[in-house]
Design a protein around this ligand. Structure first.
Ligand SMILES: NC(=O)C1=CN([C@@H]2O[C@H](COP(=O)(O)OP(=O)(O)OC[C@H]3O[C@@H](n4cnc5c(N)ncnc54)[C@H](O)[C@@H]3O)[C@@H](O)[C@H]2O)C=CC1
Ligand SMILES: [Mg+2]
Length: 341
């Protein structure tokens, strides 16, 4: 009777499953891979792999385009054999997604192996992630950002902070466990608020000394413990430019792999037109100033390479479209255009 019931249950489950959308089935499959270690090990044998070397992703240049090759498990095995490395390397990989057809995708850092051998074997190069994000097509960038964040987290959480004993990762890489203390560690990220301050006709952009010459962006800051997003925005604006936010509006969010793993929460904030005098925090910022609509439109068109002037100074340019700051600036332009139309 139990067997009949189980068979019936399986049939109903599979029918229900078929009714779900591709997206729902994909998310459920990914979750299963994180929870079911043997299913995940099996998936590694049919999955594809993104390669990293000391957190730099492997890219190939084809013509003028940069591509991120995904290696099959067999190709991975071929590479590892070149180093007489055991297949246990695959165990170090982390799950970062899957195709609509449920082909899982992993990332693996081969930082301990000779980089030049892999580069000449696969005809490409390990490239700094910041550069990679700005030269790649949209779809690969978020996966590489996630992969680097996860690989970095594993690399820096090899030991339990309570017992000092080694921690073990699960095959999917969605957690690490210390068997001595029983503590489970999950990947972490830091919430960061990024705020485009405006006083209706102008918006405020800033520069930190570490930015490339000429680049201005919206104000940003890590959320403090105990704060909500609104409080973090008000505090950061007060701290960095000495202004008081009158009202704020959430725009969108973005995972950002720098400096380690941040959740960027983007907002528009209005400050009163009467009290718009900037008092800049010189410890963090090099410049903070108001930009009018025309200057913003010009800056959006400008490339970093075309911003240098004959006298050696730089005209302002803004972060590229992959950065959420770019989206905030474009939204402000649209809003201004709609208001003046
Ligand atoms: N995607 C985008 O469009 C943009 C992203 N960002 C990102 O936002 C991040 C934060 O912005 P900042 O203005 O630098 O922050 P911030 O204004 O909070 O200042 C950074 C300082 O905060 C402290 N801090 C507090 N919590 C921290 C944590 N969890 N991790 C590291 N440092 C912490 C450190 O002393 C650090 O030097 C930047 O590192 C940058 O990567 C910034 C602007 C644009
Ligand atoms: Mg800041």
């Amino acid at each position: 009777m139990a067997a009949v019931y189980q068979a019936l249950h399986r049939r109903v489950s599979s029918l229900v499953c078929r009714l779900h959308s591709t997206y729902v089935r994909k998310m459920r499959y990914l979750n299963q891979l994180k929870e079911d270690d043997s299913l995940c090990r099996q998936a590694q044998t049919s999955g594809t792999f993104y390669l990293f070397h000391n957190l730099s992703p492997f890219l190939q240049k084809v013509g003028k385009k940069y591509l991120v090759p995904q290696l099959s498990a067999a190709e991975m095995k071929g590479i590892l054999e070149k180093f007489q490395e055991a297949e246990q390397w695959i165990e170090k990989s982390v799950l970062i997604g899957c195709s609509d057809e449920h082909r899982p995708c992993f990332a693996l850092d081969l930082g301990a192996l000779d980089k030049s051998v892999i580069e000449s074997e696969l005809q490409g190069s390990f490239t700094d992630l910041r550069k990679a994000l700005f030269v790649l097509d949209g779809k690969d960038s978020p996966l590489l950002a996630l992969a680097q964040s996860l690989l970095r987290w594993h690399d820096s959480h090899q030991y339990c902070s309570k017992t000092g004993q080694p921690t073990q990762k699960n095959p999917a890489g969605s957690k690490r466990v210390c068997h001595a203390s029983g503590v489970t560690y999950y990947p972490q990220m830091s919430p960061v608020v990024i705020t485009l301050v405006s006083n209706r006709s102008r918006c405020l952009l800033v520069r930190q000394p570490s930015f490339p010459p000429g680049m201005f962006t919206a104000l940003s800051g890590f959320c403090d413990l105990g704060e909500n997003v609104e409080e973090a925005v008000r505090r950061e604006v007060a701290e960095e430019v000495g202004l008081e936010v009158e009202s704020l509006r959430y725009s969108a969010s973005q995972h950002w792999p720098f400096p380690s793993s941040s959740l960027m929460i983007a907002c528009h904030a209005l400050v009163g037109a009467q009290r718009a005098e900037i008092s800049m925090d010189t410890l963090e910022l090099e410049e903070a100033r108001w930009f009018g609509m025309e200057e913003i439109v010009e800056g959006l068109k400008r490339e970093p390479s075309s911003s240098k002037q004959d006298d050696g100074s730089f005209l302002p340019w803004f972060p590229p479209k992959q950065a959420i700051a770019h989206q905030l600036i474009c939204e402000w332009v649209q809003q201004q255009t709609a208001q003046t139309a």
